[in-house]
Design a protein around this ligand. Structure first.
Ligand SMILES: Cc1ncc(COP(=O)(O)O)c(C=O)c1O
Length: 351
């Protein structure tokens, strides 16, 4: 029985959802949402904070500051509260209300940037604000999740080994790409210790991370408008790009089976299902990483008006459930409309 004194001391690293009866492939979903921060970002946050403490950069009286539109901000709010640091989260108007309220409930100051920079948009405006505060007051400590190697190291030491422990015969691992901390930590771990495991990055359409064109993206967590500094493609075997409409359908399909996950989970499950379908990979054992749960997205991904307004009335199909997107036998049998379909791009020769 775990007994803890600090919220970051608890994390669940051994929970997997068996999706075989849902997608028709040996696909298992590693759940990263069961901790007090509610997401995979607890690992990066904890790794970065503890490394900054060890190096002496972060000390009593320091003020943590970070640019985040969501889960990292919540995780840092929690850790800062637990350790007695002040924390300023610099976010923008796309940050959802629940996330902002969560950070404030944990004692963080949330600064919301509303004016995009002409080059680099809202993210550039957020980073400029962080830099300005750091320049004005030496107490600020910016962990910089986009460049901090402690983010991938956290996954190298925890997520990768936890997956390998449960699935010693794993063939393929699907990981969503945001800052790519999760992706690179797992990819480096498997390359070093289990090099036969194929690593497939899952990226939303509209993200430029892997060299595809920029476009509208509304589901938080995955995708970048600039190339992620942590990304090293030499560790990645393949990339799939997923339309947001497909991610939403996957979320709703899972919800109809009682599993309420966040949008990045829908993206990864949709990408994994398509990749396995395209290769008729019934003999492979696959794991996909689920970064968080669905409650933070009730007023967006799970709200009919929001979905219909942004993705069209038909996005969930005639029955409104999105279930057949995940249905057994369906992906292989049903031709996909080009516009709504996910583009599965093989950027590496299959191993
Ligand atoms: C919901 C969600 N999914 C996925 C990710 C991507 O994780 P990473 O930044 O490690 O690539 C994040 C990161 O913030 C996230 O919040």
């Amino acid at each position: 029985m775990p007994v803890i004194t600090a919220p970051q001391d608890f994390n669940s690293d051994d929970l997997f959802v068996d999706l075989r009866s849902t997608v028709g492939f040996s696909l298992f979903l590693k759940c990263e949402g069961f901790n007090f921060a509610g997401s995979v970002k607890l690992k990066a946050a904890r790794g970065m904070v503890e490394a900054a403490e060890r190096s002496g950069v972060l000390r009593p009286g320091s003020i943590l500051i970070e640019s985040s539109s969501g889960n990292l901000g919540v995780a840092l709010s929690m850790i800062a509260a637990s350790k007695g640091y002040r924390f300023v989260c610099v976010t923008d108007s796309r940050c959802n209300l629940t996330t902002r309220l969560l950070m404030e409930a944990l004692g963080a100051e949330v600064h919301t940037v509303t004016e995009p920079e002409p080059v680099g948009g809202l993210l550039a405006a957020r980073l400029n604000h962080v830099r300005a505060r750091c320049a004005a007051d030496a107490r600020y400590v910016w962990l910089d999740q986009y460049r901090n190697v402690e983010a991938w190291k956290a996954h190298y030491c925890t997520t990768g080994p936890a997956i390998a422990r449960q699935f010693p015969d794993l063939d393929v691992l699907f990981v969503g790409a945001g800052t790519t901390g999760t992706l690179m930590g797992c990819a480096r771990y498997f390359r070093r210790w289990h090099p036969s495991v194929r690593i497939v990055a899952v990226d939303p359409v509209g993200s430029v991370s892997f060299g595809t064109p920029a476009g509208r993206r509304l589901i938080p967590g995955l995708g970048m408008n600039v190339r992620p500094p942590l990304l090293d493609e030499s560790f990645i075997d393949d990339v799939v790009h997923v339309e947001e409409a497909d991610a939403i359908r996957a979320c709703h399909g899972l919800a109809r089976r009682g599993f309420l996950f966040g949008g990045s989970t829908g993206t990864v499950v949709s990408g994994a299902t398509r990749w396995l379908t395209d290769r008729e990979a019934h003999q492979l054992t696959a794991v996909a990483i689920s970064p968080d749960l669905g409650e933070r997205y009730l007023d967006t991904l799970y709200q009919a008006n929001w979905i219909h307004h942004l993705y069209g009335e038909d996005v969930l199909g005639a029955d409104g459930l999105g279930v057949d997107e995940l249905g057994v036998d369906v992906p292989a049998a049903r031709p996909r409309p080009a516009a709504a379909g996910m583009t599965a791009t093989s950027t590496r020769s299959p191993r």
